[in-house]
Design a protein around this ligand. Structure first.
Ligand code: ZN
Length: 242
């Protein structure tokens, strides 16, 4: 099976449409989503509907739950809080119900676990940046591969201490006896200095990973953020990939 795994779309329909076009061109069999469909961007309903139409398994991100009142906004910075409140105001009742019912974790076929932040404590929304942080996570799940998002920075961690940043992942070969924690990067708000939308392809027979970057109309997404009266900083960061 060839899986496409997407994360951190954040209401950016231009980025999501470009990614889904690339997924189709690459011929992936299934699309999985590890959360944060909304928050920051101007098109939350459109993004939820595209995810519902294209993804077979979806888990909740912190922004998904914050935008429907299921998670407190006290740990959100001012721009994120404003975006969550704005999103809550524009969500359709159907899409609101969909976000409310997303699970924190989900298993997908052939030894895959999906979770937005950390498999050990998904409800704490911890950020896994370093191999030392990732090492503590492997005892909490049994699958060979766990896909995460949340940091918006693609990376691969292994259970034997290996660490690879996303840029080096054009054809990453996995070992059958090794376990992996894979951050697939962000579709709608990359924060690794590269503004192109990110996602991951996983071939479960070949045991290979590819982190792909896809160009999209960043200027249009930024303009819509400004026109929607969302914080200016959210528009300014997109072309910088920060
Ligand atoms: Zn996010």
């Amino acid at each position: 099976m060839r899986y496409a795994i997407i994360s951190d779309i954040h209401g950016n329909i231009e980025a999501l449409s470009a990614i889904l076009g690339d997924v189709e061109a690459q011929g992936a069999d299934e699309v999985l989503c590890v959360g944060d469909l909304v928050g920051y961007g101007a098109d939350p309903n459109e993004c939820i509907e595209a995810v519902r139409g294209n993804c077979s398994v979806v888990v909740a991100g912190n922004h998904d739950w914050a935008s429907v009142g299921k998670l407190s906004l006290e740990y959100f910075n001012a721009a994120a809080r404003r975006a969550a409140e704005w999103t809550e105001g524009v969500l359709s009742s159907n899409n609101r119900r969909y976000l409310l019912n997303l699970p924190l974790t989900a298993a997908a076929g052939e030894g895959i676990l999906l979770v937005h932040s950390s498999p050990a404590h998904p409800e704490q929304w911890m950020y896994l940046f370093h191999p030392g942080q990732a090492a503590r996570e492997f005892a909490s799940f049994s699958q060979q591969v766990c896909f995460v998002g949340h940091t918006h920075q693609p990376a691969v961690f292994t259970d034997n201490g290996g660490f690879h940043l996303g840029e080096s992942l054009s054809d990453f070969r996995m070992g059958a006896g090794t376990r992996y924690l894979v951050n697939v990067g962000s579709v709608g708000q990359p924060r690794d200095g590269n503004p192109k939308a990110a996602y991951c392809l996983f071939n479960s027979e070949e045991l290979s990973l590819e982190l792909r970057r896809v160009e999209y109309d960043v200027a249009l997404s930024s303009m819509k953020i400004v026109e929607s009266n969302l914080p200016q900083s959210l528009a300014e960061r997109l072309p910088l990939g920060l």
